[in-house]
Design a protein around this ligand. Structure first.
Ligand code: SDX
Length: 429
């Protein structure tokens, strides 16, 4: 039986339908609010506003639950490959053996980058941030991979999704190699998705890269944990930009730009910079806990807090465990991990952090894993982007397939000048 809420104002009332999700989440459908009442809603940062219904990812911020298409992320991190997870998010179910083989063949066949794109890379200043390069290069892909005359829309979309998943690793490794003045290393058909990326990053003509199993596994888990997170800032950017019916490359490029922000995906780089600053400051993390609590200090504890999780981010738990396992297997001692653990221990008992529901999020430990693998700090957010790409694609596809989807165009409450006449220049003071 349909449920409603009643809104009353100045003696009049309106019934608004209630939408109930499969996990019992409730929403008030305000589709007709303005046409029936003249009112709009106001919700800065959209903390209370659902932009869509979605069947891709479920998060429970109070219980710290995260599931992709119904499968708990813990089980995917334990058992799945990143390719399987990407397929699951985009197509709505895990692939059977034949589908996975076909998917792998398509990713391999499309893993090279157009040779003319190399000139683009070489003309970026050497110190360019890899996220700026990646968002530019992904946007440029429409120029290098235009729609072919005989291609149906369905074929073009499938090919575009495949090209993005296949080439993003190659493009990321290219920016790293070119920034160091090194020879490019091409993808190999005999390596897995994760192995190929590490090989393209670290293989050199004079020093073959020895595939480290622990590093490959850590990268697999890292990318699975980052693969989707419902309507976060960058995914919302992809949906909003995609709603104008622009090509998928351009929509994904907007997601990369949004993710670059230090309050979002850029936090993994900011955490390592913060932990390094604490280390250089004698390891005095209590000083930084106090800075985070001081309203007059713009400093925020990077890697802590979350718009949805008001408890420990389930991904951070897995990432923290991965740090211990990876560093032990690689026989690495990282002082930043010790600082991070001590800081977490003290902060999560501090009333300010407890009262504000501030717990470690995925970015707090993820940088330690990337450092151990050998990824340079300025590429940490690129690593997040590679992981999030299947989620962005899945969310874009779901919005394009939604018959009720329309161009995103929020309203506003105007608080500027009321009307007054133009004053000619000679009359102005
Ligand atoms: C990601 O949305 C997603 O799903 C994102 C993500 C994904 O997978 O896509 O999970 C990835 O972006 C994780 C978040 C990474 N960012 C950081 O670690 C940056 C540090 N954290 C924050 O700046 C903050 O916690 C946010 C941005 C993550 C969330 O901000 P909100 O929900 O808008 O909360 P807020 O800024 O309104 O803060 C509420 C209160 C404020 O205090 P009061 O004014 O109410 O007293 O909490 C305080 C804030 O000052 N606060 C912090 C804090 N985060 C919030 N105080 C100190 N340190 C912090 N990190």
């Amino acid at each position: 039986m349909e449920e409603f809420v009643t809104l009353t104002y100045n003696g009049s009332e309106i019934k608004l339908p209630v939408v109930i999700g499969t996990e019992g989440e409730k929403a008030i459908d305000i589709t007709n609010l303005r046409s029936e009442t003249g009112f709009i809603t106001l919700d800065p940062g959209y903390a209370n506003t659902g932009s869509c219904t979605s069947a891709i990812t479920f998060m429970d911020g109070e219980k710290g639950i995260l599931r992709y298409r119904g499968i708990p992320v813990e089980q995917l991190a334990e058992n799945a490959t990143f390719k399987e997870t990407a397929y699951l998010l985009i197509h709505g179910r895990l692939p059977n053996r034949d589908e996975l083989t076909q998917f792998s063949i398509m990713l391999n066949d499309n893993s090279l980058v157009h040779t003319d794109m190399k000139a683009f890379y070489q003309n970026f200043p050497r110190a360019s941030h890899p996220m700026g390069i990646l968002s530019s290069m992904v946007n440029a892909m429409r120029s290098f991979y235009p729609i072919l005359e005989n291609e149906s829309e369905k074929e073009e979309i499938t090919l575009t999704m495949t090209r993005l998943l296949a080439k993003v690793r190659t493009m990321a490794a290219m920016s790293y190699k070119i920034s160091r003045g090194h020879e490019l290393v091409l993808p190999r058909p005999d390596l897995t998705y994760c192995e190929n990326f590490l090989n393209m990053m670290f293989e050199t003509p004079v020093k073959p890269y020895e595939i480290n199993r622990a590093a490959v596994n850590a990268l697999r888990v890292f990318w699975i944990l980052h693969a989707d997170h419902e309507q976060n800032c960058s995914t919302s950017a992809v949906r909003v930009v995609g709603s104008a019916r622009v090509n998928l490359y351009a929509a994904i490029s907007s997601g990369i730009s949004a993710l670059w922000g230090p309050l979002h995906g850029g936090a993994n780089q900011a955490v390592i910079e913060m932990l390094t600053e604490i280390q250089e400051d004698g390891g005095n993390f209590n000083k930084y806990i106090e800075k985070a609590k001081d309203k007059k200090d713009p400093f925020r504890m990077m890697g802590f807090g979350h718009r949805v999780y008001k408890t420990y981010d389930p991904r951070a738990k897995i990432m923290k465990k991965m740090c211990d396992e990876l560093l032990e297997s690689m026989n690495i001692k990282d002082p930043l991990l010790d600082i991070a653990k001590e800081l977490e221990e003290v902060a999560t008992k501090d009333p300010y952090f407890v009262d504000h529901n501030l717990y470690p999020n995925i970015d707090f430990y993820s940088g330690i894993v990337l450092r151990a693998i050998g990824i340079p700090t300025n590429m940490f957010t690129v690593m997040f982007a590679i992981g999030r790409l299947p989620g962005w694609i899945a969310q874009w596809k779901e919005s394009m397939d939604d018959p009720k989807w329309k161009i995103c165009r929020p309203r506003q409450v105007y608080t500027g000048n009321t009307a007054f006449d133009f004053v000619p220049i000679h009359a102005r003071r």
